[in-house]
Design a protein around this ligand. Structure first.
Ligand code: SP5
Ligand code: ZN
Length: 395
């Protein structure tokens, strides 16, 4: 598997309010370091460590504007420096919000508060998503990984199924995104997320796909009309991807399917009744939430997964984008499923054997047991690759 990594993703280090304690955020650089180390030790994968150039960073930010407001992105970029200048935070500390948007009958439309301190709460929805000195560098590096993953899957505008640099197009690519992306909304950070990397992969695929040409269409389905490209998102993080759901809720060309802990964070979304706009809207039914009771076994999880995969197959997408979180692991401090390391091999196999032909971008989301993250990921990839090779049983 081609695995994309950028060392700049390790710079972001912050704090969070967990329960009643302010602690170093569980979403830490050590997660990625542990994963990268295990990938290197295994020498089974094509690990590509890249550094986003200034151009790459500018492009990623431009593409992110398809799904995030400009004032929000400006805030995330600049708030730490503003707080520092106003003496609201020290260099080694983090910006954390205090008071969130509060609806009342007189203020049906929100606007950002003038006060620098207050603005932190306008652009966030929880206290797990701090912003420190180097956060923006990592946020954009993470976003760029999502963009580059898309580029690797894009067909080259030539007669053969090759990429722009002439190499054959990979079927799958994994991006070691950090910070993760599936919780933040268009203008609010939350759940350790600042830019929705999944949305960015889809924006990139849409933006750079070659335009429709009838002559090419017959030989390669990916040359069909760009605007009509269909995307299936499979969200396997323990938490509901509220941000991703929100971005595509009214989009008939994007199917969102999520398996997540029932009644868990982010608490207000993820219900099975959230199925998209009402029929006859073409996006009706294109949002599929499969909440699963906390404490569920891997067997129960697999039942949901098979249901999810049937729906994805039915949709006949052009691309698959996977939000992959390992907070479904039984020892995870934030997850409550009974899933063990060897189960991830079966999970990866199951997903890929149901959807073998779909070009797939896999983006990392959560997972907080540092010592097991690497092994859990390697197991998932092993199962995935066995299925991709068309082998019908696991070794
Ligand atoms: C990407 C991702 O996995 N984000 C998840 C962020 C979850 N943060 C909140 C977790 C709340 C856990 N419950 C605390 C109860 C304290 N007793
Ligand atoms: Zn999660």
């Amino acid at each position: 598997m081609i695995i994309l990594h950028d060392e700049d993703t390790l710079l972001h280090e912050t704090v969070e309010l967990l329960g009643s304690k302010l602690i170093p955020a569980l979403e830490s650089p050590a997660r990625i370091k542990a994963i990268v180390q295990r990938i290197k030790e295994s020498s089974k994968h094509d690990l590509r460590t890249i550094t986003a150039s200034e151009d790459d960073r500018a492009t990623a930010i431009e593409l992110a504007k398809a799904t995030h407001s400009t004032d929000y992105l400006d805030h995330i970029r600049s708030v730490f420096k503003q707080w520092l200048e106003e003496g609201l935070v020290e260099e080694h500390e983090s910006v954390l919000p205090e008071c969130f948007r509060l609806q009342n009958s007189a203020n049906t439309k929100f606007k950002p508060p003038k006060d620098t301190f207050a603005r932190a709460g306008y652009y966030a929805f929880d206290m797990s998503t701090g912003i420190s000195q180097n956060s923006w560098t990592s946020i954009v590096a993470s976003a760029n990984l999502a963009v580059q993953a898309a580029h690797l899957l894009l067909p080259y505008a030539g007669p053969t199924d090759a990429t722009a640099d002439g190499t054959s197009r990979p079927k799958s690519v994994l991006a070691l995104c950090r910070p993760p992306g599936h919780h933040c909304t268009g203008s609010q950070a939350g759940g350790y997320c600042y830019i929705n990397n999944i949305a960015l992969t889809i924006t990139t695929l849409r933006h750079f796909s070659p335009p429709a040409k009838k002559t090419r269409r017959a030989s390669n389905p990916h040359f069909s009309s760009t605007s009509k490209l269909k995307f299936a998102i499979l969200d396997l993080d323990f938490h509901h991807g509220n941000g991703t759901q929100e971005q595509f809720y009214n989009d008939p060309n994007v199917l969102y399917v999520s398996i997540h802990g029932e009644d868990e964070f982010p608490y207000y979304t993820g219900g099975a009744h959230e199925t998209g706009p009402a029929a006859p809207d073409p996006a009706a039914g294109m949002n599929v939430n499969l909440p699963l009771a906390t404490g569920s076994s891997f067997g129960a999880y697999m039942e949901k997964l098979k249901e999810a995969l049937q729906t994805v197959r039915w949709f006949t997408a052009d691309y698959l984008v996977v939000s992959l979180g390992f907070d479904t692991y039984h020892l995870d401090p934030l997850g409550k499923f009974d899933i063990h390391t060897e189960n991830y091999k079966v999970m990866g196999w199951q997903v890929r054997s149901a959807l073998t032909e779909l070009p797939a971008a896999i983006l990392l989301e959560g997972g907080y047991v540092i010592d097991q993250l690497g092994d859990n990921l390697l197991n998932f990839l092993q199962g995935w690759e066995v299925a991709e090779k068309g082998l019908d049983s696991l070794p």
